[in-house]
Design a binder for this molecule. Structure first.
Ligand SMILES: NC(=O)c1ccc[n+]([C@@H]2O[C@H](COP(=O)([O-])OP(=O)(O)OC[C@H]3O[C@@H](n4cnc5c(N)ncnc54)[C@H](OP(=O)(O)O)[C@@H]3O)[C@@H](O)[C@H]2O)c1
Length: 320
């Protein structure tokens, strides 16, 4: 048994796994109060969970900024939501795996005069084979972990000034697949055999660990940050993977999956409900708070990841 296994093994509790299984059957809590005139920023709103979440907030009176990659899809969705709900909808086009685009988005959001009432880091994808950005970063690691981290860090001066806001990280129970923590010497999956589910889980675990650190500074500005699992839902996720994956997804995964509209309800609740107004640095399965696995609760690992990430970003000319 290696040292990480030895460290975490004794801390795992079956009761937490059973609790997660029970939570899979629960319906999300709802907030029926409107959120009129508030500003909500959502990444990856052209499809799936992000799309339905943008619609949900717009239907409740919010103004929306979508951060999307595909200009055509983005414009179609923008027009549709604006027409359906008479909402103010803006889109910013960015590939959230690329450092320059992430920083441009951060700068833009930072320049906004009005407060960002809710920021939902939702954009994401599942890759069955390893993909790399031109900057040499594993794409999933960049989109799920680095992007929310960099944007949130860039917004600190704004949050310090505005003293309001909620941040929600769309995470995944798949973070549990990084059962023995992260390999800080190979965060980009260059030295080990790549596994889609393990890399996806590792990026989501990194996101949870970064939440612990970010929450400390944000708390001083009355801003909350929480992570959530949006349920297993039928979306476009994995659309760029191979034919076998598509078959499996259509005939097996989607059969047992729920509707992204439920995820949107959960994201509306977490972003607006007074019941969670002061809750921060927590993990929700939809809207039910859940205990994290031992590696996701490990502050020593969170600090070590933060340090390693700082070095990595430094090499790319990005400040953490
Ligand atoms: N579906 C599930 O069962 C499930 C379960 C757990 C967690 N999640 C998480 O939920 C989130 C949303 O996923 P989904 O299932 O709704 O998938 P989806 O239908 O594929 O939607 C993903 C969204 O993210 C955008 N996106 C992906 N990569 C991007 C990039 N590099 N730059 C900018 N935008 C990017 C996509 O844009 P394009 O339209 O341009 O591709 C799309 O708008 C993800 O974080 C995922 O990990 C999903």
């Amino acid at each position: 048994m290696n040292s990480a296994r030895r460290k975490y093994w004794a801390q795992y509790k079956w009761s937490n796994v059973f609790a997660m299984i029970r939570n899979m059957k629960r319906h999300p809590r709802r907030n029926t109060e409107p959120f009129r005139g508030k500003l909500v920023v959502i990444t990856g709103a052209t499809a799936g969970i992000g799309y339905y979440t943008a619609r949900k907030y717009a239907s409740m009176g919010s103004d929306i900024i979508m951060i999307n990659r595909n200009p055509e899809k983005s414009e179609r969705v923008r027009r549709e939501i604006a027409e359906d709900f008479g909402a103010l909808v803006e889109c910013v086009i960015a590939d959230l795996a690329l450092m320059a685009d992430i920083q441009r988005v951060g700068q833009y959001l930072l320049s906004l005069e009005r407060p960002i009432d809710v920021l939902i880091h939702n954009a994401g994808a599942y890759f069955e084979s390893r993909k790399e950005t031109p900057e040499g970063l594993e794409v999933g690691f960049a989109v799920h972990y680095l992007c929310p981290l960099i944007i949130t860090r860039m917004l600190m001066p704004k949050y310090r000034r505005d003293r309001t806001g909620r941040i929600v990280l769309v995470n995944s129970e798949a973070y549990r697949f990084a059962a023995w923590g992260l390999d800080l010497e190979d965060l980009q999956w260059k030295k080990r055999r790549y596994s889609g589910i393990k890399a996806y889980g590792a990026a989501k675990l990194a996101q949870v660990l970064s939440m612990h650190i970010l929450s400390r500074e944000l708390a001083a500005y009355d801003v909350t940050i929480n992570a959530m699992h949006p349920g297993m839902v039928r979306t476009e996720s994995g659309k760029d993977n191979g034919r076998l994956y598509q078959w499996f997804k259509r005939h097996v995964v989607d059969r047992y999956s729920g509707s992204p509209e439920d995820s949107a309800e959960a994201l509306y609740y977490l972003g607006t409900s007074p019941e969670v107004a002061d809750t921060t640095d927590r993990y929700f399965h939809m809207t039910v708070e859940e205990k994290l696995t031992p590696p996701a609760n490990d502050m020593e690992a969170a600090e070590a990841l933060w340090k390693r990430t700082g070095e990595l970003l430094n090499q790319k000319g990005v400040e953490l």
